[in-house]
Design a protein around this ligand. Structure first.
Ligand code: SF4
Ligand code: SF4
Length: 391
């Protein structure tokens, strides 16, 4: 298996070399844009917004709300063509998107202009629909739900109120049932020692919303908390490494049981299962090359580009250390003024992918669990292929 994995990695590296020569292309299928840098909360573990920030914006910058005019300008300048009938997904997940007063108009415009587009919004669940008909123009609406009980939820997502958020989610589901039954809902949970034990209650909370209102719930997505080095040092102790393994395993089993009972898909990174189900992890080091396996990741090939408030490229991967978000584009001389496909297939971007595969971005990726999950998934896939081949 080790050998197969190495062959696969070499194959990906070869593709990067072809890309650098202009002989391989990846399509951009997902565009992330800021609708605002403002949030009405200051969650305990938030790497962007602190209760000490007077503006309650990312890194306390001046508040910004994208207008429809701004969105049109960015899409025009970035040459995101609306003529093509191809699929493109628009992701709005920075700040609290639903605070934007023009969000209805923006979603409506995008859905009209990009006929095969999908709009995905992640909200903190505190904003009820100002105009219920907005659900006609959203395809996936996610809510951050970091607790399934008042006590846990409110200790993390300050100063939101648990009952208000649950009530708001009910309102959105009612609007979905009335205007757009195709709209999918998700919840997203950032797991830490503060809420890991509450995970079954999160499933119960979502399950009860679905039982009451009817319809489906797409998934409950979980990701491990990441604490940046500029955050309060005591927060390092809330990462999943500090959850008792045996207890964690029981919590995961109970969570899975409940998710099955409510028929809700649990979207849990493989690395979290590995953390609680296996005592020893796969050796991080490659015998020959010294490659850091946890950085063996295909994330930079997933067709995703993120634009900041002024249309500037934002990050290659949002899980990377935030210090390097902008710097990487400069270091690799990735052009900012081209269309999405040209940016994504520029020589610099392919070099960045190659360096990631060769374990040269360990500082930028740190101990990223998402990348590690990707590694496990690739391994699993190779195992499956191998088993099928030997039958
Ligand atoms: S809701 Fe999101 S952006 Fe707002 S403070 Fe919480 S984690 Fe940060
Ligand atoms: S290893 Fe993690 S941080 Fe690095 S590119 Fe992959 S997902 Fe992003």
């Amino acid at each position: 298996m080790e050998q197969l994995m190495e062959q696969y990695r070499q194959q990906l590296i070869k593709q990067c070399e072809e890309g650098m020569e202009g002989n391989k292309k990846i399509k951009v299928i997902e565009i992330n844009m800021y609708m605002t840098n403002k949030c009405n909360l200051y969650c305990t573990m938030c790497p962007f917004i602190s209760k000490d920030y007077s503006n309650k914006t990312y890194f306390n910058k001046e508040p910004y709300f994208a207008t429809l005019k701004d969105v049109k300008k960015i899409l025009f300048n970035k040459k995101v063509s609306g003529k093509r009938q191809e699929y493109v997904k628009f992701n709005f997940f920075m700040g609290e998107t639903l605070l934007n007063p023009e969000i209805f108009k923006i979603c409506k415009y995008i859905k009209k202009k990009y006929v095969n587009s999908e709009i995905v919004i992640l909200s903190n669940g505190t904003i009820p629909p100002a105009n219920e008909e907005i659900v006609k123009y959203i395809d996936i609406l996610g809510f951050s739900l970091d607790g399934g009980t008042k006590e846990v939820f409110e200790a993390i997502r300050t100063p939101a109120k648990f009952e208000h958020v649950v009530d708001t989610i009910h309102k959105w589901v009612k609007a979905r049932n009335k205007y757009n039954i195709n709209l999918k809902f998700r919840t997203s949970t950032t797991l830490s020692t503060l809420n890991f034990m509450d995970l079954p209650n999160i499933v119960r909370t979502v399950g009860e919303v679905v039982r009451t209102e009817g319809g489906d719930w797409d998934s409950i997505y979980c990701q491990p908390v990441v604490i940046e080095d500029y955050q309060r040092p005591e927060l390092r102790k809330i990462t999943l490494e500090y959850v008792d393994r045996l207890m964690g395993k029981k919590v995961l089993e109970e969570t899975e049981r409940l998710a099955a009972e409510y028929s809700i898909r649990l979207d849990m990174p493989q690395a979290i299962y590995e953390m609680f189900y296996h005592e020893t992890k796969i050796d991080k080091r490659d015998e020959q090359g010294g490659v850091e396996r946890r950085c063996f990741c295909e994330k930079l090939s997933n067709g995703y580009l993120s634009y900041g408030m002024n249309g500037k490229l934002e990050f290659a991967c949002c899980f990377m250390d935030k210090k390097y978000w902008y710097e990487l584009f400069e270091r690799y001389q990735i052009p900012d003024n081209k269309n999405p496909e040209e940016i994504y297939n520029s020589r610099g971007y392919w070099q960045l992918r190659k360096d990631l595969l060769e374990g040269k971005l360990q500082k930028e990726c740190r101990n990223c669990t998402i990348g590690e999950s990707n590694y496990y998934n690739i391994l699993e896939e190779l195992r499956r292929k191998n088993d099928a081949g030997s039958e």
